[in-house]
Design a protein around this ligand. Structure first.
Ligand code: FMN
Length: 168
């Protein structure tokens, strides 16, 4: 049985709440859900599967606590890890919706990790996102609690079902 760790950064608590709900859906014990603000990047060494969550701030930037944590992760070899990314944003920031998910994805590509969290963006209306690929899929789970809280429960449930199938 693979060990899952959830690592999130959250300024106003939205991504924290979603991280905990994802943890419940995947059966991750609360002690394995970490705020990156108070966690060393080396902690990921304890886990086989990393679920990484960041909201997007500024004009399409990482949540502030992610900068140091991501630098730390990039310095590690993650080639034996499976990674799934999620993020919270606001579709009204239409040219940078949930950009942080795409930023984390691109920065970690070189670590050799296997990415398992790509997902549909259905239900949200936006122009551009660094998280969206040419296929139309996002490289992770995008959540908009501000404009579409009614979609959150189903999206978490479907994403976690897919993760459970992909985690080998
Ligand atoms: C000043 C400011 C800038 C923001 N910029 C973006 C953005 O570029 N893209 C986006 O999708 N959301 C943006 N948001 C929305 C936040 O990401 C959203 O409110 C999120 O739920 C916050 O999550 P957190 O409390 O976990 O940090 C912005 C919000 C604020 C207040």
């Amino acid at each position: 049985m693979k060990k899952i760790g959830i690592f999130y950064g959250s300024t106003t608590g939205v991504t924290e709440k979603i991280a905990k709900r994802i943890g419940e859906a995947l059966g991750v014990p609360p002690e394995n859900v970490f705020n990156v603000k108070e966690t060393s990047p080396s902690k990921v060494g304890d886990f086989d599967v990393l679920i990484l969550g960041s909201s997007t701030w500024g004009s399409g930037e990482l949540q502030e606590d992610w900068y140091d944590f991501l630098d730390g992760l990039q310095a590690l070899s993650l080639k034996d890890k499976e990674i799934a990314i999620f993020g919270c944003g606001d579709e009204n920031m239409s040219d940078s919706f949930c950009n942080a998910v795409g930023i984390i994805y691109r920065r970690l590509l070189q670590t050799g990790a296997k990415f398992i969290g790509d997902f549909s963006t259905s239900g949200y209306s936006f122009e551009e996102s660094k998280a969206k690929e040419s296929s139309g899929m996002a490289v992770g789970l995008l959540i908009d609690e501000t404009n579409h809280p009614e979609l959150t429960r189903r999206k978490i449930s479907e994403w976690c079902d897919e993760l459970n199938n992909r985690i080998k």
